[in-house]
Every structure is written in structure tokens, then in C-alpha cells.
Design a protein around this ligand. Structure first.
Ligand code: PMP
Length: 423
């Protein structure tokens, strides 16, 4: 049995009052809070081993490099990726958005003939297709929409069921012989729905296309094994998995990373550089890590990954499911509508809702006055809001530190919203 009260006690930020109430933090889909061990890891790195990695012959540089590479291995272990030297499948990025842009830019470079014959599997031309879904965060939609515009490819998408699930059963029609890239979310950041990715991945590979997973909202909440899922690439952010801001990770199947041309250029990613000859780039992951990396943050993200594995992702999943069950009762309140599946099945504890007759910002402000933090706005996912006939919504989302009492506090506050506005 995992003691989740003891886990909650590891988050110093939660021990405070907001507007005269004990803080209830239900905004982990935006960013998670950090346990003391992660906070300590970052300052410990600066106190004891800070140095430039991968260069320099001095002892601190060697220790910093070791800590950086160990963090990469820790993150790899959390998601079922390879970490052996020469086989690394985890690339350090600035976050999910940076990782997705890295991929779109690299595919664009391949489309210009960069990266030679091996990279041609990523190349796009007019008439080719890129497939996303209507549930995507703008960080998936926009890089791939831009890639389509740059290459002349056509952007297509999976439609959603009335309750906002990606219609994976349409894979046979949406993904065709012309499809080169399919990019979808593992868990949608508005609806909390887990995408049925297996048939989408099967179809993607059947037509010889590349499958990209937005794993931002799944890595912190679900047990993941990218090898078992047969995912080609996956991007996510450290700050939503109890790690620091400013860093994220891109998983790539080793063989694909080796074939992928670089997306940004500079120091630490090149074997040989000349004035009058093309440069010779390093092998992955360094090929994709131009410039000085956020080493302290990566080291702390590695600590977060180990800490999550220590709790056990099955336990995290089960714990958050009990809170999701409570949050879903929001849908029982008069005038409230849940934007996403009402059943507590194949979903996580991210519950977006609309309140009839009250603007989401007014709802958010009323709830905030009770010391409860939820999200307000379109959550960087406008098409899914349009699907529900809305521009914005409110969203409560769970983390390991939440309790059923947190959800009940939100329910109680939520019941007061419409009466407060005279409805
Ligand atoms: N995808 C999803 C599903 C997300 O929830 C987010 C963060 N809101 C992102 C991508 C982008 O992550 P970041 O802003 O950390 O780059």
C-alpha cells in the first residue's frame, strides 16, 4: 500500500493558505507541483557538480556529464526506452512543444533532401498527408500544420465522438497510402480521454508512415512502455511529471533517430565542421541537442522520473482514478456539462466543464476565492472547444498529491457558482 498522505507531505508548496483557505491545487495538467527531492536535486547540482557537460577534461565536467547521462537513463526507464551507451532513445528538449517542433522541422529538412537517403522516409511532398486529431493541443496542431504548408502536404484529422474521444475506429479511412506522418495525443488535455492508439499505430505502420505521440498528459499519469506500444516518436514535458520547467524529452526509436536529420545547429552536435565542406553531425541523441543543455533541470527531471517509478505508475493511476470518480460528479450539478467522457473509463483525472450561463473566467474567479486552483480558458486547444460549441471552459486536473477531499472541496464550491450568479 502506498501512503499517499506521505507523498502529499513531500510537496512544500501545498502547505499554505490561499484567500484564507487551505490551498487545493487541481491544475496539474497545466503544471505539476514539485516534491522536495526534485527541488533539492536542482540546488544540489549547482552546489556540488555544476560544469559544462560532454567537454572539458576536469573532474567536475566528468561528474556533470555522468549526472546528465544518468538522468537520461532514469527518464528512459520510466517510459520503456533504451538507455545503453550508443543506443540512447531519449533526446533532451526544451519541453513538449520544443520536441514536437524539433520533429516537424527535421521532417521539413528531410523534405528538402537533407539527411540523405536514410532521411527520405520522413520526406513530404505535395499530395502527401499528415494526420492529426481535433483533440490536439496547439503544440501538435500548429507545428504539423506549418509542416504541411511548407511541404505542400495535406493536413487531415481524426474527428471526435460527441463526448470528445478521438475516433480511432476511423483509422482505416483517415490514414491512407499517401499518409506520411500521424501525430495524436495519448491523453487529450481538455477531455482527459485516453486515445485508443493501438489501431491508429497499426494502420500508420501498415501504410509505412511515422507515428508521433504527444505524451504530455500520459507520462505523469499512466504506466508507459513506448517499445510495447510500438510508438515511433513521443514528446512530453518534465514540468508536468513533477520535474522542473524548461526541459522535456523526445523519445525516438533508435533506428529512426539515426535516420533523422538535425533540426537545430550549433555546438555539441557536430563531429567535424569546416569552412568549405558540409559538417558531419554526431550520432543521436547529441545530434539533436545543439547548444548548452539545461543540465541542472535535466538532472532534477531524472530524480522526478525515479521518484515516480518508486511510487509505481499502477499506484499513481489507481490513486488518481479515485479522485477522477469524485470530480466527474461535477456533471451532476444543475447547469454543469462535462467536456469529455462522463464514465470513469479510459480517461484520467482531467475534467473540463462548462457552466450554463456563467463565463468560465467568472467560474474560475469564484472557485479561486475558495482557495481552489483550476484552469480557465481554451487550454491551447481551440478546435476541441469548437467541437463542444464553446470557446473556453474550466478544467480541474489531478496529480499524485490530490485527495478525494480536494475533489469534494471543488464540488462544494462548484455547487455555489450558479446560485452566486443568481441562476
Ligand atoms: N500537449 C499537451 C497535451 C499538453 O497538455 C501540453 C501542455 N499544456 C503541451 C502539449 C505543451 O507542453 P509544453 O507547454 O510544456 O511545451
Amino acid at each position: 500500500m502506498v501512503d499517499f498522505d506521505a507523498i502529499r507531505a513531500q510537496f512544500p508548496i501545498l502547505d499554505q493558505q490561499v484567500h484564507g483557505h487551505p490551498l487545493v491545487y487541481l491544475d496539474s495538467a497545466a503544471t505539476s507541483q514539485k516534491p522536495q527531492c526534485v527541488i533539492d536535486a536542482e540546488s544540489e547540482y549547482y552546489r556540488t557538480i555544476n560544469a559544462g557537460v560532454h567537454r572539458g577534461a576536469h573532474e567536475l565536467a566528468a561528474r556533470a556529464t555522468e549526472a546528465f547521462e544518468q538522468a537520461r537513463a532514469k527518464v528512459a526507464r520510466l517510459v520503456g526506452a533504451d538507455w545503453q551507451e550508443g543506443q540512447e532513445e531519449i533526446v533532451v528538449t526544451g519541453g513538449a512543444t520544443a520536441g514536437l517542433n524539433l520533429l516537424a522541422t527535421a521532417f521539413g529538412n528531410a523534405s528538402l533532401g537533407r539527411g540523405g537517403a536514410a532521411a527520405q522516409r520522413f520526406a513530404l511532398k505535395p499530395g502527401d498527408e499528415i494526420v492529426v486529431s481535433k483533440a490536439e493541443h496547439h503544440s501538435v496542431l500548429l507545428p504539423f500544420q506549418e509542416l504541411a504548408a511548407r511541404t505542400g502536404a495535406t493536413l487531415k484529422w481524426f474527428d471526435l465522438t460527441p463526448d470528445g474521444r478521438v475516433r480511432a475506429e476511423d483509422a482505416g479511412e483517415v490514414i491512407t497510402e499517401r499518409t506520411k506522418v500521424v501525430a495524436v495525443c495519448h491523453v487529450a488535455n481538455v477531455t482527459g480521454a485516453i486515445t485508443d492508439i493501438a489501431p491508429i499505430i497499426r494502420r500508420t505502420h501498415e501504410v509505412g508512415a511515422v507515428f508521433v505521440l504527444d505524451a504530455c498528459q500520459s507520462v505523469p499519469h499512466l504506466k508507459i512502455d513506448f517499445h510495447a506500444l510500438d510508438v515511433d516518436f513521443a514528446a512530453w514535458s518534465a514540468h508536468k511529471m513533477y520535474g522542473p520547467t524548461g526541459v522535456g524529452f523526445l523519445y525516438g526509436r533508435r533506428e529512426l533517430l539515426e535516420a533523422l536529420p538535425p533540426a537545430s545547429f550549433g555546438g555539441s552536435m557536430v563531429e567535424l565542421a569546416w569552412m568549405d565542406q558540409p559538417a558531419q553531425y554526431m550520432a543521436p541523441p547529441e545530434r539533436f541537442e545543439a547548444g548548452t543543455q539545461p543540465v541542472a533541470q535535466v538532472v532534477a527531471a531524472g530524480v522526478a522520473a525515479d521518484w515516480l517509478r518508486g511510487i509505481g505508475m499502477e499506484n499513481v493511476e489507481a490513486h488518481e482514478r479515485t479522485i477522477a470518480a469524485e470530480l466527474l460528479k461535477l456533471g451532476d450539478i444543475d447547469g454543469f456539462r462535462i467536456l469529455g467522457p462522463r464514465e470513469n473509463v479510459d480517461r484520467i483525472g482531467t475534467v473540463a466543464f462548462d457552466v450554463d450561463g456563467v463565463h468560465p473566467h467568472d467560474v474560475g474567479q469564484y472557485i479561486d476565492a475558495q482557495g481552489i486552483a483550476i484552469r480557465v480558458g481554451h487550454h491551447c486547444a481551440q478546435p476541441v472547444h469548437r467541437h463542444f460549441g464553446l470557446y473556453a471552459s474550466n478544467r480541474a486536473s489531478t496529480g499524485v498529491y490530490n485527495t478525494v477531499e480536494d475533489a469534494q472541496a471543488l464540488l462544494e464550491a462548484a455547487r455555489g457558482v450558479r446560485p452566486f450568479f443568481g441562476l
